[in-house]
Design a protein around this ligand. Structure first.
Ligand code: ZN
Length: 190
């Protein structure tokens, strides 16, 4: 089922989400929520969607990039379900990422993200996964996990002058950003 996505200003977007127990995760209701998050993300052409964005207070988010028309420069990410994710920066490198968000319609802005992160999470069946993520993929994970902490990308934009409509991004920033991204992605492999 496609769920309505809350937009900036909705108080539930600011509520930190609660950890999910294994029992809760395996409930039919939570499994259905995960399917609905995936369907909603795909329908909206999002690169990710957090339960917080549909008003559900659980630490679950879904990520997938498959030749995404909203983010043509993003390398593909296979469908990933993150349950109770924890992120830890690895190293010092950061990257100025031009982000957008389904909960902040029409706006993009530059956010500094860690280039390499360790992520610990459960998959949708409660299997524990501990892995390193790099490059733009790491930025996508940071954006989604921020949602679970009640944080929107606009909170992390240091220079408000980087805010841009999607139209202005396409006309004035996309080419330069895509070029910078290409070198970054080549270095990190994702
Ligand atoms: Zn978002």
């Amino acid at each position: 089922m496609i769920l309505p996505i809350l937009t900036i200003g909705h108080p539930l977007l600011r509520e930190p989400a609660q950890d999910v127990t294994r029992g809760e995760l395996l409930d039919a209701e939570t499994q259905q929520l995960i399917d609905d998050l995936v369907e909603t993300m795909r329908h909206a052409n999002g690169a990710g969607l957090a339960a917080t964005q549909v008003g559900v207070n659980k630490r679950i988010c879904v990520i997938e990039v498959n030749a995404n028309p909203r983010y043509p420069y993003k390398p593909d990410i296979p469908l990933t379900i993150l349950v109770n994710p924890k992120l830890h920066p690895v190293g010092e490198e950061t990257f100025a990422n031009f982000e957008g968000c389904l909960s902040v319609p029409g706006l993009r802005g530059v956010v500094e993200r860690h280039a390499v992160m360790r992520v610990e999470y459960w998959d949708r069946f409660g299997n524990r996964i501990d892995t390193l993520i790099r490059g733009l993929k790491a930025a996508t994970y940071q954006h989604e996990v921020d949602h679970l902490d009640g944080i929107l990308f606009v909170d992390r934009v240091k220079d408000p002058r980087t805010f841009s409509s999607w139209e202005s991004f396409d006309t004035h920033h996309k080419a330069a950003f895509a070029e910078r991204v290409e070198a970054f992605v080549a270095r990190h492999g994702s």
